[in-house]
Design a protein around this ligand. Sequence first.
Ligand code: NAG
Ligand code: NAG
Ligand code: NAG
Length: 496
Amino acid sequence: MSNPSLLVGLLSLLLIPSVSPSDFPFGATFPSIQAEKLIKELNLSPKDAVPTSNGGDESKRIVERGFKIPGLLGSEDVSVKDLGHHAGYYRLSHSYDARMFYFFFESRNSKDDPVVIWLTGGPGCSSELAVFYENGPFKIANNLSLVWNEYGWDKASNLIFVDQPTGTGFSYSSDKRDLRHDEMGVSNDLYDFLQAFFEEHPKFAKNDFYITGESYAGHYIPAFASRVHQGNKAKEGIHINLKGFAIGNGLTDPAIQYKAYTDYALDMGVIKKSDYTRINKILPVCELAIKLCGTSGTTSCLASYLVCNTIFNSIMKIAGKINYYDIRKQCEGSLCYDFSNMEKFLNQKNVTDALGVGGIEFVSCSPSVYQAMLTDWMRNLEAGIPALLEDGVKMLIYAGEYDLICNWLGNSRWVHSMEWSGQQKFVNSPTVSFEVDNKEAGQMKSYGPLTFLKVNDAGHMVPMDQPKAALEMLNSWIGGNLTGSSMKSENMISDM
Ligand SMILES: *[C@@H]1O[C@H](CO)[C@@H](O)[C@H](O)[C@H]1NC(C)=O
Ligand SMILES: *[C@@H]1O[C@H](CO)[C@@H](O)[C@H](O)[C@H]1NC(C)=O
Ligand SMILES: *[C@@H]1O[C@H](CO)[C@@H](O)[C@H](O)[C@H]1NC(C)=O
């Protein structure tokens, strides 16, 4: 807060009549406190990585092992080799001392299935949240045994989960300079990782490759996809067979998505028309701030983060105990979800031994990684997408209908307003029904490489809430047949 122009900007905000000091971001607390609150709401412990340097084999970029995870029911007679489950560390090339932890689960169906990488958001939350609660091969039972997930995405793909940026999950560094602050840092690390990964697993390099993830990964993914595409074009390293990328309830184009908060909240009955009118008075300042931030601002991005989150916080002040990842649900006490079994599970010695993570402490969500990415938050990541679509890289944007924080409405709007050669055709395409078991599981729209899907009966974490629909979505999308049924469906998207 030492930057004078930022202070001036914030002070002038206070002069706007509709903003009272108590509406101020996070009740005038700081973003790290906001990050801690967010983490506690998931019943996880806010923790920062302990700087560690465990040496290891410096001659190899990747140190990986096959493992059988302790407590997996029904795996007694299966060999480690047959399971095809790997855990490893990649020593980041462009870092002082960083190691990136990853899981690699070979497909339960066929080794020729595409390779799919998943990125959880935060920023600063571990992808193990997805491994154990969304689309990973197993789920945690209350007694901490693991059961196979019937709808794990490893049923249709060779599936990688990485802990990133450095400081997240089991990824660590002894050097604070390895914290990442923007998508350039994030996407270079991920690209370097992929190169090392395919060098380690050459037989998978010929498979199709897809990037997927959720929430803040709406920032990571477009940057990562562009980085891979650029590497391919420049014939850097191993060619990566990038076919597409998918973002679930992501934050990609903040100018459009922040504007959609009050519309969504009003539509869903979370706020009243009078609240709507009052809160929307903040919009012009927020929009201006985001514009100044653009794709590469710094201080202006931080200012817009503080200004624009006033909108979200004002809605939450009215909404009270509502779970902003799923507005059908209430938070009990400070708890919105309870993912604490994951921490308990991953801190067992037999588990850390099996994974080969040594004494590294598991960080579910890291406040310092979150804070390090603050100037990245409001940047527009939609900007790089048209170039990917023009080159035939597919994009799927999907969103659970009951999520507030990265709601479907804001996502639908940016997808519709994105300028590319197929924009008009996309906008004019009919909304069709996405069917699972002959029942409507969502509504979607597609044209050429672009698909938008609104998922029924789901919040922020679609594969957790609708595991079967999520697997079918992945399967048909990679199979090139996520086209929907011609059955008439209300046109819920195009006129938004
Ligand atoms: C792993 O260790 C925990 C205690 O830390 C124990 O309760 C559990 O049974 C062990 N799991 C297996 C599969 O041995
Ligand atoms: C733990 O829970 C799982 C799933 O509910 C169950 O199948 C298993 O028998 C339980 N194990 C013990 C030791 O109670
Ligand atoms: C759609 O693609 C998936 C994955 O390749 C395949 O399993 C499925 O049979 C396809 N469905 C149709 C109707 O072609």
